[in-house]
Design a protein around this ligand. Structure first.
Ligand code: ZN
Ligand code: ZN
Length: 347
């Protein structure tokens, strides 16, 4: 079968790979669609030592079960599923406290197990045991279901940050995750959702989202607009989706007293020192919150949001390509031409 395989940093190949083998304790899934993640782009550029080559990549997937081993319980041939990426060990202190996404022994799909940029994928027993396989009800369109995993990361971050009904939410960085964050904030009842983005065509793509105030960070005065829309107070929650030191440093100045800041995007290793005015945090009782990855429960909540029809997935997916054009899709991401790009392994 044709698959997208990671070899080395910047070395991603479309090549022939053997089909995954059915076993008594696994599932074989026919992949219908798989979205390109920022981590896939990272592999295609600077690489990631956690990914063990040669490895089929891709994890934001939807597919249907074509084989279910005799020892597998709870899944039947024909059912549609998506995956929570990080397969936790289930035995460490973090797993014991419900923080499987912090598990030091975790084995992410597409790093330790072959992923979904291929027509067939084997779900390993460890993923079945970890609850990483989430069923997708019939009412959810296939393309929409590919967004469950990236949505789950936004849900985790907004739950940690405490986004609630009536909040004014400022999202800094309007790439795919910034756009997904905007949708999640609306579902959680935010009264005002503002997204800062600096470049076209993403500005135009974001302006198609409903009930989102898109701020052109290059041409407009972001601080003045946030003040104006919040009676001079600042945002209840600021979510930094831009991998930018400057954006992280400025975020505490954009939150209201008692507000929260989510450092959602990570800065590059070795260039992640930032300077924060701790007096603003201290006197403003601000919370600066990290967020990384997600757990199966968040993917389940993302699927539920899709079932409820609350996510504007049509406008979040901007490009659709066959598997052979993966490099084209990665280029669209790198050049910031797209929001989410979908890959169809079946052509
Ligand atoms: Zn992802
Ligand atoms: Zn663990």
């Amino acid at each position: 079968m044709q698959a997208v395989v990671y070899y080395n940093p910047g070395d991603i190949r479309v090549e022939e790979r053997p089909e995954p083998a059915p076993a008594a304790d696994n599932l074989i899934v026919r992949v219908r669609a798989c979205a390109i993640c920022g981590t896939d782009l990272k592999l295609a550029t600077i690489g990631n030592p956690r990914c063990h080559p040669p490895r089929i990549i891709g994890h934001e997937m939807v597919g249907h079960i074509v084989y279910s081993g005799t020892e597998v319980q709870g899944f039947m041939v024909g059912e549609r599923i998506t995956l929570a990426t990080t397969v936790a060990c289930g035995n460490c202190p973090y797993c014991a406290s419900g923080l499987g996404n912090m598990c030091p022994n975790a084995k992410p799909i597409s790093y330790d197990f072959d992923g979904a940029f291929a027509p067939l994928l084997a779900v390993p027993p460890m993923a079945l045991a970890g609850g990483n396989v989430i069923k997708v009800p019939d009412g959810v369109p296939e393309d929409a279901a590919t967004l469950s995993e990236p949505l789950s990361c936004a849900i985790n971050a907004q739950e940690l940050t405490g986004v609630k009904a009536g909040d004014r939410v400022l999202i800094v960085g309007g790439g795919p995750l910034g756009a997904l964050h905007a949708e999640v904030a609306k579902v959680l009842g935010a009264a005002d959702v503002m997204v800062v983005q600096r470049s076209e065509p993403r500005l135009s793509l974001l302006r198609k989202l409903r009930d989102v105030r898109v701020i052109d960070g290059a041409a407009e005065d972001v601080a003045a607009i946030v003040k104006e829309r919040t009676e001079g107070l600042g945002a209840d929650v600021v979510i930094v989706c831009a991998p930018s030191r400057e954006a992280q440093e400025q975020a505490i100045g954009q939150a209201r007293k008692g507000g929260a800041i989510s450092l959602f995007a990570s800065l590059p290793k070795g260039a992640s020192d930032i300077t924060l005015d701790s007096r603003i945090i201290h006197y403003g009782e601000l919370r600066v919150v990290g967020a990384s990855d997600s757990r199966p429960e968040h993917v389940t909540r993302a699927v539920q949001m899709m079932v409820a029809g609350k996510i504007d997935w049509q406008r979040l997916i901007t490009h659709r390509l066959p598997l052979a054009e993966i490099h084209n899709g990665l280029r669209l991401m790198q050049e910031k031409q797209s929001l989410k790009v979908l890959i169809y392994p079946g052509g």
